[in-house]
Design a protein around this ligand. Sequence first.
Ligand code: DX5
Ligand code: ZN
Length: 225
Amino acid sequence: MVKLAPSILAADFARLGEQVAEAEKAGADRIHVDVMDGHFVPNLSMGAPVVQSLRRITRLPLETHLMITNPDLFLEEFVAAGSDSFLVHWEGNCNLDRTVRRIKELGKRAGVVINPATPAAVLEEILPEVDQVLVMTVNPGFGHQHFLRSTLPKIERVRRMVERMKLSCEVEVDGGVDEETAPLAAEAGADVLVAGSSIFGNEAGVAAAMDRLRNIAHRQGVMRA
Ligand code: DX5
Ligand code: ZN
């Protein structure tokens, strides 16, 4: 079954606890927390205090997507706040291996993220070291963007790399995932879908939105297998 990681970037921050509880009840696998610094991406979002507050109200793993210039500076703070895993970008990190090692020394899961214009080939050496790969299906920085279909062959390539190397690494996608694009991502080989606006911005409500996404993506994943 494909896993769902609701992104709180699209939540109503005045009702954040309530919305995360709803997602947990509806069977979310983890909560995706987008951290932006206005430098690595042209937008600001949230920091460790949000993780700290969420830690008190949910048992779900808190997955922290760091879209910041110097992730190494903030790892300890997020770990103390309650982050369970970190997604760090390949772009702009001259010492990615060091960052990944540090995350593991801190006892947390590590994932590497690639932007739409970054080729899958850069993952070759780091892949055996990480628990997750996150393929951005939009340019990072904003919610509610259109899924870039040009990333589909790359998702397939990443899936094949993971299989060829016989790794248990998860293949996750982030950006523009909705009922139309979730099946495409699942068919290409994604096993975790991050979704913000299609879950928290859905008129049908969080639980109904998650059920629909999961079912439609599952059907496609089964066909692929
Ligand atoms: C974008 C973020 C995403 C974002 C996805 O930079 O990394 O996690 O919240 O939002 P939607 O699902 O609305 O595209
Ligand atoms: Zn994200």
